[in-house]
Design a protein around this ligand. Structure first.
Ligand SMILES: C[S@@+](CC[C@H](N)C(=O)[O-])C[C@H]1O[C@@H](n2cnc3c(N)ncnc32)[C@H](O)[C@@H]1O
Length: 252
């Protein structure tokens, strides 16, 4: 993972609407009418922050992300809001400013499996009763789009280089009262190549970033061939990408 390059806001935003819909859906399950202070954990290019700012225009909203490229974009999108580069595994909010809502759309899968529950508990622990932690993570490790990345990685000259890349599934904290549910989205994409464009912005990055350009080209061809075998072309010529996502809303 250490060889993964910075995120690209441009690549990520190629599917902005599809990537933001889960943020809207997550927010619809947050049981707060007027939170005063909100932190968007892993705000990316401010697409999720915009959802929050639209729903709660008078709230104080801070967006945090470990990617400088994402934070630069976020500052341009919402110049009146507060954005900082920060790593969630070490970030600690100012104890003098209580947080009503921690919101995190499509981020916690990027934290080390051992850190995820610890981060949720550490952030919620100093907050007042009623504070909410709402997050959404992709739940798609068994879908062909991701399973075939893993298969391609394990079956090529790059196998050793990519041996430690596999992502862990998400576990919810057992100690909190949580509302946990899954929704599957179906994205009608233009082609199998578009499936690759989609995952290039997110889950494919740790697999291709460590490769040389020539290796990358062969990897992508091999991955494309596997995708073509797994996803049929629909009558309208499109490819339907099933994308399950796991939602968690915890109230302190
Ligand atoms: C898939 S994007 C989600 C962006 C946005 N929240 C959304 O709703 O689309 C994941 C974001 O998490 C950020 N990220 C990954 N690991 C992080 C960490 N340890 N600390 C802070 N941000 C992190 C990435 O830089 C990226 O912008």
């Amino acid at each position: 993972m250490s060889q993964t390059k910075d995120w690209s806001a441009n690549q990520y935003l190629k599917f902005e609407n599809e990537r933001t819909q889960p943020a809207r859906d997550l927010l619809s399950h947050v049981p707060l009418t007027a939170p005063k202070r909100i932190i968007d954990l892993g705000c990316g290019p401010a697409n999720s922050t915009t959802v929050l700012a639209t729903a709660y225009p008078s709230a104080t909203i801070t967006g945090l992300d470990s990617s400088p490229d994402m934070i630069n974009r976020a500052k341009k999108v919402l110049p009146d809001r507060d954005f900082h580069v920060a790593d969630l595994s070490t970030y600690t909010p100012d104890p003098s400013k209580p947080v009503d809502l921690f919101f995190s759309n499509a981020v916690f899968q990027w934290l080390k499996a051992d850190d995820r529950i610890a981060v949720i508990k550490r952030l919620l622990e100093p907050q007042e009763k009623g504070a909410v932690f709402a997050l959404q993570v992709p739940h798609n490790l068994d879908e062909p789009s991701h399973a075939l990345m893993e298969e391609t990685a394990a079956n090529g000259p790059w196998a050793e280089k990519l041996s430690g890349v596999k992502r862990d599934g998400f576990q919810s904290p057992q100690e909190l009262q949580v509302h946990l549910f899954e929704t599957s989205y179906y994205h009608a994409l233009e082609s199998h190549e578009a499936v690759i464009e989609w995952v290039k912005g997110t889950g494919l990055r740790p697999y291709v970033d460590p490769l040389e350009d020539s290796e990358k080209e062969v990897f992508l061809k091999d991955y494309l061939r596997r995708l073509q075998g797994a996803y049929p072309v629909s009558v309208d010529g499109r490819v339907l990408l099933k994308y399950p996502r796991l939602f968690m809303v915890a109230v302190k």
